[in-house]
Design a binder for this molecule. Sequence first.
Ligand code: ATP
Ligand code: MG
Length: 744
Amino acid sequence: MTAATHSTLFPRVPDSAEAVLDGLDPEQREVATALAGPVCVLAGAGTGKTRAITHRIAYGVRSGVLQPASVLAVTFTNRAAGEMRGRLRQLGAGGVQARTFHSAALRQLQYFWPKAVGGELPRLVERKVQLVAEAAARCGVRLDRNELRDVTGEIEWAKVTQTVPEDYAPAAAKAGREVPRDPAEIGRIYAGYEQLKRDRGVIDFEDVLLLTVGVLQERHDIAETVRRQYQHFVVDEYQDVSPLQQRLLELWLGDRENLCVVGDASQTIYSFTGATPDHLLDFRTRHPGATVVRLVRDYRSTPQVVHLANGILAQARGRAARHRLELVSQREQGPEPRCTEYADEPAEAEGVARRIRELIASGVPASEIAVLYRINAQSEVYEQALADVGVPFQLRGAERFFERPEVRDAVLLLRGAARAGGGTDPGLAGAPDMPSQVRAVLGTRGWTPGPPAGSGAVRGRWESLAALVRLAEDFARSRPGATLGDLYTELEERASAQHAPTVEGVTLASLHAAKGLEWDAVFLVGLTEGMLPITYAKTDEQIEEERRLLYVGVTRARRDLALSWSLSRTPGGRASRRPTRFLNGLRPGSTAAWAAPGVTRGTAFAAGGERGPVPARRRARGPVRCRVCGSTLTDAGEIKLMRCEDCPSELDEALHERLRDWRAEQAALTGQPAYCVFTDKTLLAIAEARPGTESELAGISGVGRRKLDRFGADVLALCAGRLLASEDASEETSEDAPEETPEK
Ligand code: ATP
Ligand code: MG
């Protein structure tokens, strides 16, 4: 997935401190060798910032200047932290702590809690949204799903900016927040939420940082202990540091200045959590003696990808944009980015899946391919399409590899075989070398030389085992004569460093979760107005952040980059969508609303794709056919029903009854007439079709995105014959994926 895992799994560990510096350019070397005092690296995507800081730590450790245990490297996501631990290990600096702010804080808090407060650290709340909904209900406020998401976001923002409930309203006004409800009301819900947490003895994600800051601020003895432990700090992705994280960093540092930060203001994508690139851009002001290094050579992407990335940033506005650096690709030429317009979402997913299969057939490993989207809800149709063409995929990457049940089981089994000497087990008798022994052992757990059919759970387990087999093979190549025992030791070390082997499978991830990572081929999908920028991005700053998200997405690609969108959501639906404004002047046939140096209208893209861009007119509503007899429908009522009135109906009477009751309840709750929830025809169509998935439900006429968001979960639960939970608040909140956003 990234450089470290992409190249060979076992590169040679540099044999000296000086050798660690090989493979760095002069500016990167400057970063790596500036081991004392504050250092700030301002550089664009793919210029080797992460590489420079990992080499800096390794150089410091290998040259004896830094004690491994005294270094704390902080990054933004678990995935990135795992990646950094892997890179450090390969450079011979395995003992260094590389963590997210959150996990570093949690570890310290757990350790110091008994001394600072007494007792055990309270449990982390699992369903924050549920608690917010409860708090709102206690205040007599009923929030719909979107409001709930937005109010929860406001509470998170307040907490990371260290704003207490009483100050929320004035603080939100001062910060120019676009608030989803009356600010005074949000302040009350926030207060109620905090009270509920106290009542139940739980803490939330933000509390971990708040409490750590509190303990370090108030207990000088504890702060001193932490400072004695950690002498050197390195922060990656510093443009996305929140005020709370910044405060924690300052407390860790005390009055010392051994801090190295790297970042790219043009990749600020967490402003919604209160993050700001100001800390990065003002670093010199706060640390006047700082060494500031700029990197402009892009080692990651081809000139074609870099050209598009520069074109996107050329249209950017705001402070981050004023600090942007034009990237210069160091790589050989590659294909032009492909830009494809599809009639509808299923067609887009199918087209992307087909293209992925072609890439794999041409030799690109599945682990070197990613499909990136704006919100997690977009993944489903891609999961389906990839499953349909038999391509394995992974939703969250391989970061928890060693915690997977099949991997634990396999590792235990390998340990058993290693202890038995590899020879006493009848299955292993006669196996000539270590990899064959591994294949024999894992064969008892379902590993086979070729993958099983399909791409479900069985395939997932097989991919894990196959990754272990490959690891054994690579390990044996790099260390001829290695035994099962040696392999087991390697596996144990990797597990404790969370250094996962490469699992074959296309990565499906949100743009937010993709930051810092890279793949040979990247598919950016669903690039329509409303999705990117997302509908709820309203202010200029929010729109700029959406543009930066596209920039982050584009710069994840090493070589193949495909951008796509669809004109309608469902087959035969109204072709009402437009491609994202951020590609204006950059995609074929579009006009530039601006004049960017070096970007000529319409030439940035090959008009690629299976079908190529199709004029919107031709792709408008297709004929709708009766799902019973197949004849073309013209009557609006029949179209809604998706069958001729007199064709036999497969109506589920009981379900229809339940749906009608539910609709009456909803109507009463919202004070609207029943047909505003769903019309009779739509309700009938649902009861006939019994949709099992959101996309099936979406395929029913009369079920638009808004209805889907609002009622989808209820309707699907009814169709599945489940009783409804009291509220839709149990759903995950923020579609900005907080579970994989700032570190968890
Ligand atoms: P991002 O902003 O996306 O986090 P980054 O600046 O951290 O990017 P890296 O991930 O460190 O960039 O590097 C991008 C790619 O370029 C990696 O594959 C890395 O190994 C490679 N690379 C960086 N510097 C060099 C170099 N001097 N020589 C060869 N390859 C390099
Ligand atoms: Mg990086």
